[in-house]
Each structure stands twice: as C-alpha cells, then as structure tokens.
Design a protein around this ligand. Structure first.
Ligand code: NAD
Length: 421
C-alpha cells in the first residue's frame, strides 16, 4: 500500500563506506589496540540505534569532496524575508525549478519544515500554476521566474539555492544557468543524461564558485544509513554479495509521459529507478565498481517501450571481486536492497520509497524510524552550502553514477560484454 503511494507520488502516472600493522615493531601495540577498538566499535554498531542527522561515528560514511570552492553566493545578504536571520543561522532561500509532482507533493511541503532553508521562489513555464503557489507558500512576485527570465535570478539576494526538478535532459541547462547566476545548485537524480553533461555541470559550478549537490535523499535516511554502516564498517565482516531491485509497473498508465521519451529522460527505468540500486551497491561498500555486465529484458509492452528500455539487469564488479546484482523494470514491482557479509546479512524492503521502509539483519528487525527525508536532505545540503563544507552527495557522486549507468547501457547494447568503468 505504502509502496503504491510512493509510486503514485514519485511518478504521477495514472495509477505512480583501517589499516593493519606488521610484527616486531612498535606498531604491534598499536595493532592490538587497534583491534580492540575495532572490536568494540563493531559491538557498538551491532546494537546501535541510529541518531537522526548523523552517523554513529558522527561523520558521513560515504562522503566525497564536493565541487565547492570559495563561496561568494552563500554570503549574500537577504533583504526581505522575515524568516531570515543573519550569519550562520540564516535560512537559505531555495527556488524550485519545475513545479511538477515531486516539487508539489514532496519538496515544497518539506520546505515548510526545514530549519536551514525555506521556499523563497519558483521557476515555472506554466503561468497558471503561479497564483496557487504564490498564495499557498507566500511567495512574492519578485521571486517568481519563468524559463526565459530565469537568468535574472542572479540579481535576487533572496535566492541562495536553485533546486532543479525538471525532466532529466533539462538538468544540465538549468544547473549551468544557475551556476552562472552564482547560485548553489541542488540537482535531482539522475544528474544528467550523459557523462559529458554531468562534467559540464560540475565545471560550471567550480568555475562560478558555487556548490553542487544531487537530490540523493537516502543518504539522509536512517535505514539506508544503517546499511552504509553495516557494510562500510564491516559490522558482520566483509561484504560478500549485494542484490537490489527497484521497479514500478507503468504499463497501465499514459504511454506519452516524458519518462518514456528518450530525449527527455535519457533512458528508461535505469535512469529513474535503477539509479537507486546502483547507489545502494556503492554506499553499501563505500566504493565505486570497476566493471559491469548487463542485459536488457524482453520488451513485452511495445506501446510503452519503443524509445526506452522496459527493463535491464546488471552485475557491478568491485575491485575485490565483490559482485552487486541489480534489476530495474517499468513493467513489474520490486523495491529491495540486500547485503550478505561473512558473519551476517541485512535486507531493506521497501528500501527506496519516501515512507514505509522496513529493515532486518541476521540479528533481528531494524528498530529505526521513517522520517521526512526531504527535510533532512535539504537541511543538510543547505547547511553544507552555508558553511562552505563538502556535501555528502556532491556533484562528483552524480558524475560517478552517470559513468556507471552509461556503462550498464553500453554492456546491455553489446550483448552483455564486460565494460570497465
Ligand atoms: P513531473 O513530470 O511531475 O514534473 C516535471 C516538471 O517539469 C513539470 O512541472 C513540467 O511542467 C516541467 N517541464 C518543463 N519542460 C517540460 C517538458 N519539455 N516536458 C515535460 N515536463 C516539462 O516529474 P517529477 O516526478 O516531478 O520529476 C522531476 C525530476 O525529479 C526528475 O528528474 C525525477 O527523476 C526527479 N524525481 C526525484 C525523486 C526523488 O525521490 N529524489 C522523486 C521524483 C522525481
């Protein structure tokens, strides 16, 4: 039921990461001490119940450096909004670009609960939406933009962050325009529809001294963060296998939605839902794969899948030989992330939806809360922009994922040949 709600919301379709020491040297003592610490940490983590907003060790377990450099945009002074205070506590103003289902049903309501940011403006190509949004969220005329006058957002001190929530192929253009306007950018997944576009987006943010984060909400969410700890900290020993699936049946909805048009989506379920599974594998071990093999599934609903794949299965190969199997389809339903380690296992099912997540390990049920992920995500991202700190979901991660997705497509197009990444 919850699964179904999530899909309805997500799609609005008709029915929607210690080294060891050698003998005979002073490092021996260190080794013993190290082993003890490691053992204590494992025991602690096994019985750990995750605190919201941070990990057991108080650090992000899968953070990469972001593209942020000097942060001129984050130092702008807001002039008008009552919600804003000054300095480190100042709420950052977000402008949502694209007022579709995700913006309307998830992000805008979440921005009513965030502490580090607020909904300051909108960018839309649909004039009929403007009045409703202005009234509902108390947005002044001067913070309303369309796609033509969007670049003048550069002159608006109320807007610190532009959040791109458009069809996938439009992410690059609006991220680059926002960066040139000296605004930080949050860009929805998938970051782009090609590796080249993702690189251009990163370059634009670097050149303009603004931050770029991807809308990877699961990095802020307790169940998936627990999986990062279990895998990356080797709580049950070394990870020996990973399996995940994320699929939704679109075959009774509108066949003309942008998600089924290659020029707008860049691809089918892999770009939209499979990306979560790829992410899941990477954050289970805190590494990127080195190679992939993949196969497209049979097209049984050609009315829907004449431009994009109906389904695709893949195997990600990591440098230590670990294989992570993944599947995604627009013609069936599944939502899971499983890991097996030397001394235990875990399962999230559902794993990726907005709500209703459940998790279990070989030691019992995960006693964790479902939270409003987008609130945690945007508050975390706003804080990193404001403090000029690296994001835990930086543009570099989005680029990495684009390389993996494109390698999956390349393998599948070439009869499952092994493609190195
Ligand atoms: P949607 O179809 O509901 O909204 C798309 C918006 O883009 C609409 O407001 C539409 O008017 C606008 N748009 C502008 N040009 C368009 C064009 N040429 N064709 C179609 N629409 C056009 O889509 P959505 O579900 O809100 O998804 C938007 C983005 O958000 C996608 O990149 C998607 O992958 C991402 N998303 C992420 C999550 C998440 O959980 N992180 C969930 C849903 C969607």
């Amino acid at each position: 039921m919850l699964q179904q709600q999530r899909y309805i919301l997500e799609h609005n379709i008709v029915k929607l990461s210690l080294k060891h020491f050698s003998d005979n040297n002073p490092a021996n003592d260190m080794k013993t001490e190290h082993s003890q610490i490691q053992e204590q940490r494992r025991k602690f983590l096994k019985g750990f119940s995750l605190a919201l907003g941070t990990t057991a060790l108080g650090v992000p377990l899968f953070s990469l450096s972001s593209c942020q450099s000097s942060n001129t945009a984050g130092e702008q002074t807001a002039t008008s909004d009552q919600e804003q205070t000054t300095g480190q506590n100042r709420k950052m103003g977000i402008a949502l670009v694209g007022l579709g289902q995700y913006s309307a049903n998830q992000l805008a309501p979440a921005l009513q609960e965030t502490e580090n940011c607020y909904l300051a403006g909108i960018v839309t190509g649909t004039p009929t939406k403007v009045d409703e949004w202005k009234t509902k969220y108390n947005i002044p005329d001067k913070n309303v933009y369309n796609y033509e006058n969007f670049d003048s957002i550069a002159d608006n001190p109320d807007i610190d962050i532009v959040y791109v929530v458009l069809p996938n192929s439009m992410h690059a253009e609006y991220t680059i325009r926002a960066a040139r306007a000296k605004k930080h950018v949050i860009c929805e997944k998938p970051m782009a529809t090609s590796v080249e576009d993702a690189q251009r987006m990163l370059d634009a943010c670097r050149e303009n001294g603004v931050g770029l984060a991807i809308g990877y909400r699961l990095h802020y969410e307790p169940f998936n963060k627990r999986v990062m700890e279990l895998g990356q900290e080797q709580v049950f020993g070394k990870v020996v296998s990973i399996q995940g699936g994320n699929s939704q049946d679109l075959t009774s909805g509108n066949p003309n939605i942008w998600r089924l048009k290659k020029d707008l989506s860049g691809g089918g379920p892999l770009m939209d839902m499979g990306i979560y599974v790829v992410q899941g594998a990477c954050y289970t071990v805190g590494k990127a794969p080195v190679a992939v093999t993949a196969q497209f599934g049979e097209v049984t609903s050609p009315t829907y899948f004449y431009e994009v794949e109906q389904s695709v299965n893949w195997a990600l190969e990591f440098e230590d030989g670990l294989i992570a199997e993944g599947t995604t389809s627009y013609a069936e339903e599944n939502d899971f992330l499983k890991g097996k380690a030397e001394n235990g296992w875990w399962t999230l099912e559902p794993a990726y939806g907005y709500d209703g997540k459940e998790g279990e390990t070989s030691e019992g049920k995960m006693n964790l809360p479902n939270i409003y992920e987008q609130v945690q995500q945007m508050d975390g991202q706003a804080q990193s922009f404001r403090n000029n700190e690296p994001s835990i979901v930086p543009g570099e991660m989005g680029l990495r994922d684009m390389r993996i997705l494109m390698a999956i497509y390349e393998s599948a197009r070439n009869g499952g040949k092994r493609v190195t990444i």
